[in-house]
Design a protein around this ligand. Sequence first.
Ligand code: CP
Ligand code: NVA
Length: 305
Amino acid sequence: MSKKDFIHINDLTADQIHEIFDKAKWIKSKFKNREHYKPFDGMSLAMIFAKPSARTRVSFETGYYRLGGHALYLGPNDIGIGKRESVADVARVLSRFNDMIMARLFDHNHILELAKHATVPVVNGLTDHNHPCQIMADAFTIIEHLGSIENKSIAYVGDGNNIVHSWLYLSMMIPIKFTVVCPEGYKPDMELVKKAKSTGISDINISHDPYDGVKGADIIYTDVWASMGQKEEAEERRKIFDPYQVNDKMISATGQKTLFMHCLPAERGVEVTDNVCDADYSIIFDQAENRMHAQNAIMLYLTGN
Ligand code: CP
Ligand code: NVA
């Protein structure tokens, strides 16, 4: 049987996605009860980080450890993937030592190459193109709060970035109403939007009107206006994105009960106000916690557990 990787959400079928949500619920409750469950006893996870991280590093390292294994942090100065050594050779070498590889990289082609040459499962911990573990955790968090993910109305407000792309991949498998509310010129990859629309599974829209675009949203989701690797554009982007700040006025514009989500880290006072981050309808820290449970479920799935 060929090894499994987790690079894009639509690498999975809808049934497999739901199995992972169920498994996340199961493993979360086991962890809460401090039950002994160590399927990764004696195993190791190599974690490659070409970019900074708090949640991804801590959730993978803690999660893998609590499942019985050992996780190694390999930072930007350790491996030099694609610079000090080719991506293919890094994949081959790490596969000789480790049972799984998780990587956070700039170039999406590098994660594809890593998965191609590794003989152990590879998990995408974010690239410039997508962030699948995040959106699996987010969808699981929505299920916890609203009972299901199907047909929920999600308005993503801000930059059409890697987070948006992962929502689009999810929308190809699970029916949602997904609206990207962004400035002209900051749309997501429109080829991917076209592909997602062509599956006919979800209702996908692009809007440039920050108030009309969020009408009827069950969830308003935002992310930083300048992602890692774009920080030199931050000042210019602040001017362009100013009307898209998630604040009390925007939350009221949904005209209904709305949850607020953010993958974090947030730049408070920029893309979102403190008030919204700290409101009782904000579920940002549930999202952060669920990174660990969703990823554990993904790693269990990849290893046939
Ligand atoms: N949301 C997320 O991936 O956070 P980090 O960049 O801190 O890992
Ligand atoms: N879009 C953000 C997500 C961080 C988790 C970035 O890529 O920096």
